[in-house]
Design a binder for this molecule. Structure first.
Ligand code: ADP
Ligand code: MG
Length: 388
């Protein structure tokens, strides 16, 4: 499928701009195996890039004008950039405009053409936004020979989403879009930005269960959780009488010791984050020992914590997890991404992946949910230059 879209983007670029692109880049979408809502708390995350990618075909046009076409949005739009000044455009264009603006501070750049196409479902918790912005950064840096370190790419991508698009996303999504490796999960310490590739057993597969639902309150609630974590940090600094920068600095024991002195909601939010960090570390150990049942158990614990303590699940996500957990061949299941809709994942025996995908989709539909999709996700590699 992806070979087709790569060729399609070259063709689309020619049609839209009347010549061949000078470069084609791509970056993957992702699922998060475990470590949810920890990346803005300086915690651990364990995402896996999937074999669905965003492709950017690009070339230099010169002058001041930048022109972008997105196959998914079905729109062509133009913009100019000005040093030190940024005006928001249409939502999706801000990712490109933000990338060009920030990179032009490193080295002056002239107008460009972009044609973008993707197989990452948008707004489904699979991080189409990071795949999109990382593929754009790679295209611009390649064309203008802008020398930035690899580690700067996810940092820039996060800044673009935060400052130019106005979405308070964390570092995990662009980080895995840049550094993922096929057949591996990526353990990221979001405090030090150190990372480690952790192999996934060959005969295990991941099913992605897309709920087909994205609740409008997802963004508000996401921002509220971030605030509550900050408030928990302040409360804990005072109650524990020690300097705490983030929930990463707190142990489960310390947290429990002040349970009765803390606001209940803040305690629950902190409890999820602190225990989730522990679960990520245990999942990495379990993967290294190929203890897939333990990986599955930790995934379910993570889901329950997100549902009960962090309160970010939804009936659709719970339905997918409940259905999956009852089937033989499923090691574990949980919601993935921010929550309130989006997608769930199942870690399963690869020998039964097709049957399980069909069965889960059928049972989800039987519960009255019509827009669900279940697909088998192969692992993908990080962003790269497809053609130059
Ligand atoms: P997710 O990252 O979970 O898919 P987001 O809401 O963070 O959801 O990002 C989706 C947004 O990213 C879209 O609304 C759009 O603005 C932008 N985007 C992603 N992929 C594309 C694409 N192929 N073309 C244009 N915009 C895209
Ligand atoms: Mg996103």
């Amino acid at each position: 499928m992806d070979e087709d879209i790569r060729k399609d983007m070259i063709k689309t670029y020619r049609l839209e701009f009347g010549k061949s692109p000078e470069v084609v880049t791509s970056a993957p979408g992702r699922i998060n195996l475990i470590g949810e809502h920890t990346d803005y708390n300086e915690g651990f995350v364990l995402p896996i890039a999937i074999d669905r990618r965003t492709y950017t075909a690009a070339g230099i046009r010169g002058g001041k004008l930048f022109i972008a076409f997105s196959r998914e949005i079905s729109k062509k739009t133009s913009f100019e950039i000005e040093a030190g000044k940024f005006e928001r455009s249409n939502f999706w264009v801000n990712y490109i405009k933000g990338a060009c603006s920030l990179l032009s501070e490193v080295k002056p750049i002239e107008g460009m053409n972009f044609a973008i196409g993707s197989t990452v479902p948008r707004g489904s918790g699979l991080s189409s936004s990071a795949a999109f912005v990382v593929s754009i950064i790679d295209a611009v840096t390649h064309l203008y020979d802008i020398k930035i370190k690899d580690i700067e790419v996810p940092i820039l991508a996060q800044r673009i989403e935060n400052e130019f698009v106005g979405v308070q996303s964390g570092i995990m999504d662009p980080f895995v879009a840049k550094f993922a490796r096929e057949h591996n999960a990526l353990l990221i310490d979001t405090r030090s930005l150190q990372y480690e590739h952790v192999p996934i057993p060959e005969d295990c597969s991941i099913l992605v269960c897309v709920t087909g639902v994205k609740r409008a309150l997802a963004t508000t609630e996401y921002n509220r959780r971030r605030e509550q974590c900050q408030q928990a940090v302040s409360a804990l600094s005072e109650k524990l009488n020690k300097k705490i920068n983030s929930l990463r600095d707190v142990t489960v024991g310390e947290l429990k010791s002040v349970e009765n002195e803390m606001d209940r909601t803040l305690y629950m939010r902190a409890f999820h984050v602190v225990t989730e960090n522990e679960r990520v570390v245990k999942t990495v150990e379990a993967l290294k020992k190929d203890d897939r049942n333990l990986v599955g158990k930790l995934m379910l614990e993570s889901h329950l914590s997100l549902r009960m303590s962090y309160d970010v699940s939804s009936p659709e996500l719970d339905a997918f997890v409940e259905i999956s957990e009852q089937l033989d061949g499923v090691y574990g299941a949980r919601m993935t991404g921010g929550g309130f809709g989006g997608s769930a994942i199942c870690f399963v025996d690869a020998n039964y992946e097709n049957e399980l995908a069909n069965e889960i989709a059928r049972k989800y539909k039987d519960r009255g949910y019509d827009n669900g999709v279940v697909f088998i996700a192969r692992t993908g590699g990080g962003s790269h230059i497809e053609r130059s």
